[in-house]
Design a binder for this molecule. Structure first.
Ligand SMILES: NC(=O)c1ccc[n+]([C@@H]2O[C@H](COP(=O)([O-])OP(=O)(O)OC[C@H]3O[C@@H](n4cnc5c(N)ncnc54)[C@H](OP(=O)(O)O)[C@@H]3O)[C@@H](O)[C@H]2O)c1
Length: 231
């Protein structure tokens, strides 16, 4: 699969759509991406919910002049690059529902398949081993990358502080990795790391359960930062 490139993958993305953009992760991504200079479209199954979320974000960050629009998921999938921020078990079906709009585009999957059992977070094994791989299978004409799994939504959505974090990125398409790296580079204090092919999405997604467990144990919001890699 690595090497099968689409039409828009090497263009600098201008507009980024966020499917499931009304949840904590999606709205945080929308705000942070807009603060990085991107035009963002919040998507939802309901364009009214998307509109409400957009208005809330524009209100909250009124002084920043963010470029955030809203649409249903189909409209948001019309953007240059599309982030999938739905619950894990809806990611592939959501992508499939807008496959025509996603054709040839970079699609970033940030979903983690997890279950909370009692006080414990446990990783689940989705079809094809990872959510990102199941999204790639659902939209084979798109260039799926996996990224942003370990960035806590609350911190991501607070534009008053940068999020100091590495962002592990993997994909079977080098240009999708490149595009995702370029997007992360626009976000202060985040460092993009190329973590290889999409098969690595499985441990990357599963590790989110460890982070959540650490958050509970140490009453914090941990992010990931690797040592030993030159800046
Ligand atoms: N929260 C974090 O800190 C964080 C960090 C990194 C990654 N993630 C990952 O990001 C994803 C989103 O997290 P979240 O906490 O924002 O999730 P969420 O609130 O449960 O869901 C996000 C949005 O997805 C849409 N949605 C819900 N069920 C759906 C379905 N069955 N089909 C299609 N769309 C559906 C909803 O939007 P509409 O109803 O408006 O369509 C909802 O607002 C998750 O996979 C999570 O693992 C989360």
């Amino acid at each position: 699969m690595r090497g099968c490139e689409g039409a828009t993958a090497n263009l600098a993305p201008v507009k980024i759509g966020v499917l499931g953009g009304t949840g904590p992760a999606g709205r945080a991504m929308a705000a942070r991406l807009a603060s990085g200079g991107f035009d963002v479209v919040i998507g939802s199954r309901s364009r009214y919910r998307a509109m409400e979320e957009r208005d809330r974000l524009l209100d909250r960050w009124a002084e920043r002049g963010l470029s955030i629009d809203s649409a249903d998921n189909e409209g948001a999938a019309g953007a240059d690059v599309v982030v999938i921020a739905t619950p894990w078990d809806a990611a592939a079906s959501t992508a499939a529902s807008v496959s025509r709009q996603l054709r040839g585009k970079v699609v970033i999957s940030m979903a983690n398949a997890l279950a909370k059992v009692g006080h414990e977070f446990q990783p689940l094994v989705p079809p094809r081993g990872s959510v990102a791989a199941s999204v790639q299978a659902a939209v084979p004409k798109s260039l799926v990358s996996a990224a942003f799994h370990h960035v806590p939504a609350k911190e991501l959505g607070d534009l008053n502080a940068p999020v100091e974090s590495d962002v592990l990125i993997c994909s079977d398409h080098p240009s999708a990795t490149e595009t995702t790296v370029e997007i992360v580079r626009k976000l202060p204090d985040m460092r993009p790391l190329d973590a290889g092919e999409l098969s690595n999405a499985a441990p990357i997604e599963a590790f989110a359960a460890v982070l959540l467990q650490l958050n509970v144990r140490y009453k914090t919001r941990a992010a990931v930062k690797f040592t030993g890699i030159e800046e």
